[in-house]
Design a protein around this ligand. Structure first.
Ligand code: TMP
Length: 207
């Protein structure tokens, strides 16, 4: 039995995930909830190694299937060694990205079939899905400018603008398909307003 709740934070590049992840953790802890914060791809030593290979622009050309399988291999480790044990203990898990990112980046960005992703999702996760997903959404020009000013581009950030348009569209489609689970947060407004929207979703969820 999994007693804790599983919350994921999603969004394109440069939408403010890191700042808001800390904000959500602090908010939950203020409500006496013990929170394990983690990220994808990553969260275990093997999964972090896979992340490095996935993000390294110097990696050999990675085929779409190899990329998808590496992401789900990392996810399988992350679930088995971090997420499921935490939920079983009754802790809550807050993950910076999860499988909605695969529908967005590999499905939208790389144009892979949703049914292929769903097959791996069912294989690796069984029936486990996040209980709540907050999707930070902003026009891509805003996020890309922020992401590019931060550091040199990783293997995904180096993609064309059309890739990120497709990522955003696929995220919004996920939100349309799962309106109960996925809450869209408008990320192109003042931070205080973004965080008020987050609080509003979290307090409804806590009730
Ligand atoms: P981030 O730390 O900026 O979230 O970087 C992770 C990158 O990995 C980001 O560009 C999105 C990408 N990614 C996928 O392509 N598919 C996935 O399933 C996940 C979790 C991440």
């Amino acid at each position: 039995m999994l007693h804790g709740k599983f919350i994921t934070l999603e969004g394109g590049e440069g939408v403010g995930k890191t700042t808001n992840l800390t904000f959500i953790k602090t908010y939950l802890e203020a409500h006496d909830i013990s929170v394990v914060v983690t990220r994808e791809p990553g969260g275990t030593p093997l999964a972090e190694n896979l992340r490095q290979l996935l993000l390294d622009p110097a990696s050999e050309a990675i085929s779409e299937h190899a990329e998808l399988l590496m992401i789900f291999a990392a996810r399988a480790q992350h679930l088995k060694h971090v997420i499921e044990p935490a939920l079983a203990r009754g802790d809550w898990v807050l993950s910076d990205r999860f499988t909605d990112a695969t529908y967005a980046y590999q499905g939208g960005g790389r144009n892979m079939r949703a049914s292929t992703i769903t097959a791996l999702e069912n294989l690796v996760q069984g029936t486990l899905r996040p209980d709540l997903t907050l999707l930070l959404d902003a026009p891509i020009e805003i996020g890309m400018a922020r992401a590019r000013s931060r550091s040199t581009a990783d293997r995904f950030e180096a993609e064309k603008m059309s890739f990120f348009e497709n990522v955003r569209r696929a995220y919004l489609l996920q939100a349309e398909l799962f309106p109960e689970r996925i809450k869209i947060i408008k990320a192109n407004q003042a931070l205080v307003d973004v965080q008020n929207e987050i609080i509003s979703s979290l307090s409804t969820f806590l009730r």
